[in-house]
Design a protein around this ligand. Structure first.
Ligand code: UDP
Length: 377
């Protein structure tokens, strides 16, 4: 008899949630992770008493009450509301695109005036596409121009997106931009979801609670001794890169990565907001995260005389650095489909999460997927 029912490769949100549910169902689980810590990219490091989102800002949001209640049963989530600010050559705009943004952009104070301006610019985009005989937007640029018009596209989308993805907006799929809502009210809340927040005390609390009482081995690389690890359990849950799992037999998938430059500053409040996006093309980083604002609000910000900021520099992924975003262009989507076909032919193995499903997942849907994958246990 093997010592475990499930070997779970990767201790991120998918792996940790699945392990929790499997343990509850009486299964013996072993979670392994090649990093020296658990939690995957939601892992936080404490610097100067501040929970630093080591792998980029993670803001939890969902409209699914089951998922919200699930995560809150491990750690209470605070009332953080994401309201990023864009810096375009020193001029600040509120995000997502709302009445504040339109006021800053065109000086319009009334929704009707803003709508008129946007409609005018959208119509120009529509006419240009029609003249070219195009029915559906073929790429991110066309999609953005149709959604918000040229001014917003050029100041708040184009530079940021091209830096983030390292590709021209005309070579990117339209769906990436559908994440950006437009609204004609003065509301800087980035997400439309019913619930959002950050775990009080950071994400490690959530991961540690999920993994409580479960065998976890850190610094353990599945691929260094695959047959040894596979021999330990009857079933496998895999959350790593799917192309690596299949020895890259169809070719390598592309990922975008991010390099973080984290600095501690001797000031209590550097930028007055958790997230400031630099939307021009010249600034080499895409955003600066000031981590303390995820968990302290108002005057409480000044209780700590120091602050920690991270500049995010997007980069093409290569072996040895962390993959962050799947690149869902035509080539990679087709390649992924080939791997997916192999995965579907192995019903005994569960593939889950951003890397194994090659999907631009948010946190809540990952948990949702792990909950449903563990339903039949
Ligand atoms: N985006 C943009 N300008 C911004 C912020 C985002 O054009 O100031 C676009 C960009 O294409 C990006 C997408 O919106 O890839 C999603 O960004 P978001 O910050 O929501 O995603 P995250 O990187 O946090 O997953």
């Amino acid at each position: 008899m093997k010592p475990y029912d499930y070997l779970i490769v990767g201790s991120g949100l998918f792996g940790a949630t699945f392990a929790y549910r499997a343990k509850q169902a009486g299964k013996r689980c072993l979670v392994i992770d090649k990093r020296p810590h658990s939690g995957g990219n939601v892992h936080c490091t404490c610097i100067e008493g501040i929970n630093v989102h080591q792998y980029g800002a993670h803001i939890f949001h969902t409209s699914d009450k089951t998922i919200w209640d699930f995560v809150n049963s491990f750690v209470p989530f605070n009332r953080y509301t994401n309201s990023p600010v864009a810096n375009y050559y020193g001029k600040l705009y509120n995000l997502p695109f709302n009445m504040n943004t339109f006021y800053q952009m065109w000086g319009v104070a009334e929704p009707e005036e803003a709508l008129k301006e946007i409609d005018k610019q959208r119509a120009e985009a529509q006419a240009a596409l029609a003249a070219a005989g195009v029915k559906e937007p073929r790429n991110l640029e066309e999609q953005a121009l149709l959604l918000v018009g040229r001014d917003i596209y050029e100041r708040l989308i184009k530079g940021y997106t091209e830096k983030q993805w390292g590709r021209d907006c005309r070579d990117l799929p339209a769906f990436i931009i559908r994440r950006l809502p437009v609204r004609f009210v003065f509301d800087n809340n980035y997400f439309n979801d019913k619930y959002q927040g950050i775990p009080e005390g950071g994400y490690n609390k959530l991961i540690d609670s999920l993994l409580k009482g479960i065998d976890v081995r850190l610094g353990a690389d599945f691929f260094e001794d695959r047959s040894f690890w596979e021999g330990l359990a009857d079933h496998l849950v895999y959350t790593g890169r799917i192309d690596e799992f299949y020895d890259y037999r169809f070719g390598k998938l592309s990922y975008r990565s991010v390099r973080f430059e984290t600095e501690t500053l001797d000031t209590p409040n550097y930028q007055g907001n958790a997230v400031v996006n630099y939307t021009d093309r010249e600034t080499p980083f895409t955003r600066i995260i000031e981590h303390k604002h995820f968990e302290s609000f108002g005057q409480a910000v000044y209780e700590n005389p120091r602050t920690v900021i991270s500049r995010e520099y997007p980069a093409e992924w290569r072996e040895g650095i962390e993959p962050f975003y799947p690149v869902n262009d035509a080539r990679n989507s087709d390649l992924y489909k080939q791997y997916q076909t192999l995965a579907q032919a192995e019903p005994g193995i569960i593939f889950g999460g951003r890397l194994a499903e090659y999907k631009y997942y948010d946190m809540a849907p990952v948990i949702g997927r792990a909950l449903s994958a563990s339903e039949s246990l």
